[in-house]
Design a protein around this ligand. Structure first.
Ligand code: ASP
Length: 365
């Protein structure tokens, strides 16, 4: 507590300077030891990203290094966190989220399940790069075995920028994670004052702070002035109601995404199958349409046991089943975008490679 107060006296808009000072004076252990009676225990697991990013100057918002600051520095830059929860931080990785791996997904899910099963956290916040945040969120939505809140948060501007969005985003994420009202809603994503559900949220703009949206569905609610307001809830299976279990799983089956386009060839499909893909997600045109040469290659793959999901490159809407595709053994992605379909297909393949059973999973999750 002492450390946090002395750190927060540094002028708040001088984020770059504050971060440097606090990195020196506020070691992570100061937060780990900070136990405040009566407050929810919120553990912040840090993965890196722009929220931990630093640039050469405060006006530089696009050319910077994600994953530069550690979790102690990030916590120190948000005054008032200690009043809303009993905060501790843990560095799981410190990467640009485009470097995310299946191994890190498994490690993160196992760590969360461990913390909850030991009663070491009432809620968890994950600081994460925004580029692949939606994939991590959906993976956790399917593999975390608890109804306690898990909230992913990131930022679009680095911590050193004028008007950095990270501090308020983190503050709001902790509010959300500390509240009992956030339980049972699946994995949540909190950015730019909005709350999204892991299944439907996606990054829609390369640079803007209002990048996260749930096309066709909308946000679940808002966090404003320290209060959460929920308006919607997902009807899809998640967390405690999920049949997927990481158990002792050490790796995930290879699933590749192939992007459909005019005059598509069979070459990339054949290459994926040769490389050992157990599954392929095809990001098709419109309602999952596939160019004939590619469709034939994918059909050949299905006959060899490569489970193939038709998704869409459109960005919103449902990919529906059709008699010809059903006959060939394709699975339809429902409303999952290609990158989310890849996550579900990897987990589905840990249980079965029966396309009918996997279609059921795509309809239920
Ligand atoms: N490249 C960054 C990342 O995903 C972008 C961000 O965090 O906003 O790690």
């Amino acid at each position: 507590m002492k450390h946090i107060k002395s750190c927060s006296t540094v002028t708040s808009f001088m984020v770059a300077f504050a971060v440097l000072v606090t990195a020196i004076t506020c070691p992570l252990s100061a937060f780990a030891d900070n136990r405040s009676a009566g407050l929810a225990k919120v553990k912040i697991l840090a993965m890196g990203g722009t929220i931990a990013g630093a640039a050469a100057s405060s006006t530089e918002t696009k050319d910077y290094k994600p994953g530069s600051l550690d979790i102690g520095s990030i916590i120190s830059s948000v005054p008032g966190l200690e009043k809303i929860a009993d905060i501790s931080g843990e560095q799981v990785a410190n990467i640009d989220s485009s470097h995310m791996t299946n191994d890190l997904l498994i490690k993160l899910a196992n760590r969360i399940n461990h913390l909850f099963s030991r009663g070491e956290a009432d809620g968890i916040v994950i600081t994460h790069g925004t580029d692949t945040l939606e994939e991590t969120a959906y993976f956790l939505n399917l593999t975390v075995k608890s109804d306690r809140p898990v909230v992913l948060v990131g930022s679009m501007r680095p911590a050193t920028a004028i008007s950095a969005d990270g501090p308020l985003n983190l503050y709001n994420a902790v509010i959300l994670a500390a509240q009992k009202g956030s339980r049972g809603r699946g994995i949540l994503v909190a950015l730019n004052e909005k709350i999204y559900g892991a299944r439907d949220v996606t990054k829609t703009n390369t640079t803007n702070v209002d990048t996260f949206q749930s096309p066709g569905f909308g946000c679940l609610g808002y966090v404003l002035d320290g209060r959460t307001n929920f308006y919607q809830a997902t009807t899809k299976r998640h967390t405690r109601d999920s049949e997927f279990d990481l158990g002792g799983l050490k790796s995930l089956p290879r699933v590749d995404i192939i992007y459909g386009h005019v005059q598509g060839s069979r070459d990339l499909v054949d290459a994926a199958i040769r490389a050992g893909a157990g599954g392929i997600v095809h990001a098709g045109a419109g309602n999952g349409g596939i160019f004939p040469a590619e469709k034939q290659a994918l059909t050949d793959g299905i006959q060899k046991g490569v489970v193939t999901v038709r998704a869409s490159r459109v960005g919103s809407g449902m990919v529906t089943r059709a008699a010809d595709y059903d006959r060939r053994g394709f699975v339809a992605s429902n409303t999952l975008n290609p990158q989310k379909a890849r996550i579900l297909l990897m987990l589905a393949l840990t249980r079965t490679n029966d396309p009918k059973e996997i279609q059921r999973m795509f309809d239920e999750y």
